[in-house]
Design a binder for this molecule. Structure first.
Ligand code: G16
Length: 538
């Protein structure tokens, strides 16, 4: 039986860069998740009888909220729910299922790379019928509804068995439990030359994929070790755990240090990769060489034509503003456009739908293409494998040849995590207040706050990050993260272009040392945050 439950609005249900992310304990408050899910439904029109896709990254509290979402979808009038077995779907796989089965939309339970477990984070996000994260007009509406909500609708049916594939019903709604991997694996085979990659493994190519005890484990086992014949043991930490084994499922040089150390050791395999909590991020490391996400985007774009799914070439490239301009140089040479968007995959959706961009990427370890409307960790790994199989060269040789040809964009990001939110806001404001006076000092030629006019729907998004530009591809960017759940996280992005190959061999922290010091001083980071040094350097 469907019922209407009285509730009261909670403060702060405003979706951030990617959905609503809060501590598990916040989500566990009575009615909290229900309020947000009802606010999603209240922001949408015309879904009666339609299909909703449901899945999550398997983190702590996923099983409870999946059942809640099913009951609420039934009470709100959806006709069918497609849910991954065990309540699991990686974010890119969910995007694919939405598109493939022409669902009305989907709800993904994930806090991505944030820590899991009872003391960790949880999250809910809504994706629209194109498979992509809801655009701002919808997330704004969700927030508005969450502030005035007084009731939500839910059935009082028992839990659905999500471990058995097949159909059941909740009231008049069909619940179909699907294999979370099958549709995704099929799509990957359409894009990439699996025979060539399999042959490469057969000839002794070695890789390690660290699934970080998160959602990509089952996908990587099935695709890398199953379909592509990589030796068993290629995938490590491949069993998803509710607390990710106590680790932080963020594929960067800090949290995937073991992989990095292996790749820099004499016994390194040819190729190393990792993915995050919900499977949309990637970390790429060759033997003896770390490839920054910004460089990876540029290299993938430059070589994508080697994979059958992109043999016809790219319509365009898109990158988020803080991502380095390495991809712009590739676009220029290919004679296509490179779009610069705010941080957040949702901003790529319109460009992909309008076929203005084919490949997109972000400095935050996200790359993807028009095959789905989310970034896709395993996709990036498979495209790299396809390129390696065709070119037959080492990662190091490919990356160095790319730099020699295009120049190198030295790049680093310094994160100051969980700092005082007011101090962080003051830091940003104090930079804004100096836009008129900074140019002409320290070699700065321009200073602004990035804003984006969407070329497809004309929407304007402002206040997306402070840019200090020094000319010739050198810049410092300051921005506050939109994905944290405690205090504020200050991100400082530093970039310098170097054309001369004889100067391509430096450690980025050395190549950028003067800019790193300048960034600290110019923004008075210690005075505003109390921090002397960053928590994470990538
Ligand atoms: C999300 C967004 C990305 C964004 C990243 C970092 O990724 O989807 O577009 O680049 O957060 O955002 P911020 O710098 O605001 O923390 P994910 O993998 O967390 O869903």
């Amino acid at each position: 039986m469907s019922k209407v439950v009285p509730t009261q609005a909670f403060d702060g249900q405003k979706p951030g860069t990617s959905g609503l992310r809060k501590k598990v304990k916040v989500f566990q408050q009575t009615h909290y998740a229900e309020n947000f899910i009802q606010s999603i439904f209240d922001s949408l029109d015309g879904f009666a009888g339609k299909t909703l896709v449901l899945g999550g990254d398997g983190r702590y509290y996923n099983p409870e909220v999946i059942q809640t979402a099913i009951r609420m979808a039934a009470a709100n009038g959806f006709g069918r729910v497609l849910v991954g077995r065990g309540g699991l779907l990686s974010t890119p796989a969910a995007s694919n299922v939405i598109r493939k089965y022409q669902a009305f939309g989907g709800i993904i339970l994930s806090a991505s790379h944030n820590q899991g477990g009872p003391e960790g984070d949880f999250g809910i996000k809504y994706n629209t019928g194109n498979g992509g994260p809801a655009p701002e007009r919808i997330t704004d509406a969700i927030f508005a509804h969450s502030q005035k909500i007084t009731t939500y609708r839910i059935t009082d049916t028992p839990d659905v068995d999500l471990n058995t594939l097949g159909k059941t019903s909740v009231e008049s709604m069909t619940v179909e439990v699907i294999d979370p991997v099958a549709d995704y694996a099929e799509l990957m085979q359409q894009l990439f030359d699996f025979d060539a990659i399999r042959a490469m493994f057969q000839s002794g190519f070695r890789m390690r994929f660290d699934a970080m005890h998160a959602i990509t484990g089952p996908y990587a086992h099935a695709i890398l070790e199953g379909l592509l014949g990589a030796p068993a043991g290629t995938v490590v930490n491949g069993t998803p755990l509710p607390d990710f084994g106590g680790h932080h499922p963020d594929p960067n040089l800090v949290h995937a240090k073991e992989l990095y150390d292996l790749m820099m050791s004499p016994d390194a395999p040819d190729f190393g990769a990792a993915s995050d909590g919900d499977g949309d991020r990637n970390l790429i490391i060759g033997r003896n060489i770390f490839v920054t996400p910004s460089d990876s985007l540029a290299l993938l774009a430059a070589n994508a034509h080697l994979a059958k799914g992109y043999a016809k070439g790219l319509a365009g490239i898109a990158r988020s503003m803080p991502t380095s301009a390495a991809a712009d140089r590739v676009a220029e040479r290919l004679g296509i456009k490179c779009f610069e968007t705010p941080t957040g995959w949702k901003f790529f959706g319109n460009l992909l739908d309008a076929n203005m961009a084919t490949i997109c990427g972000e400095e935050s370890a996200g790359t993807g293409s028009n095959h789905v409307r989310e970034k896709d960790g395993l996709w990036a790994v498979l495209l790299w494998l396809n390129i390696l199989a065709v070119r037959g060269e080492s990662m190091e040789a490919i990356v160095k040849a790319h730099w020699a040809s295009y120049g190198r964009n030295y790049y680093t990001r310094h994160d100051y995590e969980e700092v005082d939110a007011d101090g962080a806001k003051r830091l940003i404001q104090s930079l804004r207040d100096r836009f008129a006076t900074l140019p002409g000092t320290h070699g700065i030629v321009a200073a602004d706050d990035f804003s984006y006019l969407d070329p497809v729907d004309g929407s304007l998004t402002d206040s997306q990050g402070i840019r200090l530009m020094f000319g010739e591809g050198t810049r410092i960017v300051f921005r506050l993260s939109g994905t944290g759940t405690a205090g504020a996280t200050l991100r400082v992005y530093i970039e310098r272009y170097e054309a001369e190959p004889s100067r391509h061999g430096l450690d980025p922290q050395v190549a950028l040392a003067d800019l790193i010091t300048l960034a600290r001083n110019i923004a008075s980071i210690q005075a505003h945050t109390g921090r002397v040094s960053p928590d994470v350097i990538t």
